[in-house]
Ligand binder design. Structure first.
Ligand SMILES: NC(=O)C1=CN([C@@H]2O[C@H](COP(=O)(O)OP(=O)(O)OC[C@H]3O[C@@H](n4cnc5c(N)ncnc54)[C@H](O)[C@@H]3O)[C@@H](O)[C@H]2O)C=CC1
Ligand SMILES: O=C(O)[C@H]1O[C@H](OP(=O)(O)OP(=O)(O)OC[C@H]2O[C@@H](n3ccc(=O)[nH]c3=O)[C@H](O)[C@@H]2O)[C@H](O)[C@@H](O)[C@@H]1O
Length: 472
């Protein structure tokens, strides 16, 4: 008989564990959900009386407000969380390895392994262990080996894969109405029963036909594949944007035209300054590593190109700024609007803005940065991590963090739109124009602003996927 889940523990209170399990708690008031993390300050923020949560996500505060203290709890007591639960999500970080075998490509599974070992050590009763983190194919097998080698008598562990497909900025709506929930299990009787237990949890709000059950390895690989194919679409449209700039075609019109084909579809065809975020690059590199390990060099090269195109897009954009500003930005002030990797999040991991600013710094420009959500400290951390050889004091001489877009643009030579925040549409551009040095340039890396309107004001506008203002 499948276990009826009444207590869930989630290890990892990050961008995935926090929202995912908060929504489970909201939708399943009969289940007690405890989200545990080793990071005290993160847990404190989840528990903060004024709901100053550690991550910014539209709608999240409402969910936490309704469930916290009722059947949703945040704690640093990892062991207690594990002991009490009948189902445990492992939702820890799986960054790209920085050293050792596979450095720069393979996923660092150390956090997954440590969490798994903790479960094995602490558990005194049987558990369903669910891989929520994105992991390489067959990680569940390693988890099972660790758990079985360390389990106590009468303790059995069933491992499931249940990758998460939410996107930051829309996490809550994605979780409320997922395109699909994917659950992978072994095809043994116990595996299938564990799968039914988890499916029953989701069935509290997700229609049955959206809960897909597949084999463990298919589930793990599907997550990497979905991210790789999404990123591939962006690299494809970005590659086309370079052709548009050289020919006079307009990438928005091209995307619109090809997206009308129902086999292609209109989503994820927005040309940009390059994709960012903690996962696309990491997961593709992971797929590259997997392909190489399986002696499939052509497959590895195919996926690697998606990341290389993304790097090319960022470099190409920086170069276009320099070229347009009469081949030098030394000593010039550039306002960068947006620092997050996309709108509606405060997350900056792998944000294209970091690469652009680093490029501008190396050209010895002054940079003003404004982002409505990213904390000042985060920006300094990211910039200093991006240029480890430059002391932070030197970076601070070149970079200023501003508190509004208008302030950032004051006395600047050029404005670079790096994140598609809606508020940048509502800026008083006439006012911005007045405050800037002339000629005043705008570089729209997000196809956000109305180029015609800005041109009428007097700006020289350069947009991704359109020929340059100077050349036009
Ligand atoms: N960020 C996103 O939008 C998505 C991420 N994913 C995947 O989900 C996983 C988690 O990602 P994020 O939530 O973004 O990471 P994160 O870095 O925001 O959160 C991970 C948390 O796990 C905690 N942790 C690590 N080891 C621990 C341990 N042994 N015991 C207790 N806590 C521990 C860390 O302190 C951290 O707070 C990754 O594998 C990622 O690829 C999947 C879908 C979407
Ligand atoms: O595994 C993950 O972490 C998640 O990765 C992505 O979600 P996320 O990175 O949060 O955000 P996206 O909306 O996918 O955007 C990623 C990057 O691509 C860029 N993008 C997106 C769409 C587009 O048309 N053009 C474009 O440049 C965004 O600006 C952003 O920098 C996937 O969309 C999620 O399904 C997945 O769960």
């Amino acid at each position: 008989m499948p276990v009826k889940v009444s207590k869930i523990c989630c290890i990892g209170a990050g961008y995935v564990g926090g929202p995912t399990c908060a929504v489970i708690a909201l939708k399943c008031p009969h289940i007690t959900v405890t989200i545990v993390d080793l990071n005290q300050s993160r847990v404190d923020a989840w528990n903060s009386p004024d709901f100053a949560l550690p991550i910014y996500e539209p709608g999240l505060v409402d969910v936490v407000r309704q469930a916290r203290g009722r059947n949703l709890f945040f704690s640093t007591d990892v062991d207690k969380g594990i002991e009490e639960a009948d189902l445990i999500f492992v939702s820890v970080n799986t960054p790209t390895k920085k050293s050792g075998v596979g450095a720069g490509f393979a996923a660092d599974l150390n956090y997954v392994e440590l969490a798994t070992r903790r479960i094995a050590t602490v558990a005194n009763s049987s558990k369903i262990v669910v891989e929520k983190s994105t992991v390489p194919c067959r990680t569940a097998e390693s988890m099972r080996t660790i758990l079985e080698a360390n389990s106590k008598p009468n303790c059995r562990f069933d491992i499931l894969s249940n990758p998460e497909f939410l996107a930051e900025g829309t996490a809550i709506t994605d979780l409320f109405k997922p395109d699909r929930v994917l659950i992978g299990s072994l095809e043994t009787r116990e595996g299938v029963e564990a799968c039914q237990s988890l499916a029953e949890v989701y069935a509290n709000w997700v229609p049955q036909d959206r809960i897909l059950t597949v084999g463990l390895w298919s589930s793990e690989l599907s997550k990497l594949a979905a991210n790789a194919m999404l990123a591939q679409r962006i690299s494809s449209i970005n590659a086309l944007s370079a052709i548009c700039e050289a020919t006079g075609a307009n990438i928005d019109e091209v995307a619109h035209a090809i997206g009308y084909d129902s086999r292609i579809g209109p989503k994820f065809l927005k040309a940009s300054v390059g994709f960012g975020g903690s996962c696309f690059q990491k997961d593709i590199l992971n797929l590259v590593y997997l392909s190489e390990s399986l002696h499939l060099p052509e497959v590895a090269a195919y996926w690697r190109q998606v990341v290389e195109m993304n790097e090319y897009q960022k470099r190409r954009f920086s170069k276009r700024v320099v070229d347009t500003l009469f081949n030098t930005i030394t000593g010039k002030r550039i306002a960068v609007l947006g620092f997050a990797f996309k709108a509606d999040t405060g997350d900056t991991r792998e944000s294209a803005a970091i690469t652009l600013i680093k490029d501008f710094q190396s050209e010895r420009a002054f940079v003003n940065i404004y982002d409505p959500q990213v904390e000042e400290e985060q920006i300094w951390n990211d910039l200093s991590e991006a240029s480890p050889l430059i002391p932070i004091e030197s970076i601070k001489k070149q970079v200023t963090i501003c508190h509004s877009a208008i302030e950032a643009c004051k006395n600047a030579e050029a404005v670079v739109i790096a994140t598609e925040w809606k508020e940048f549409l509502e800026i008083d551009w006439e006012e911005v124009y007045k405050g800037m040095n002339k000629p005043a340039f705008v570089f729209d890396g997000r196809l956000l602003v109305d180029a015609e309107k800005l041109t009428k004001i007097g700006f020289k506008v350069t947009t991704i996927g359109r020929p340059s203002a100077v050349a036009a």
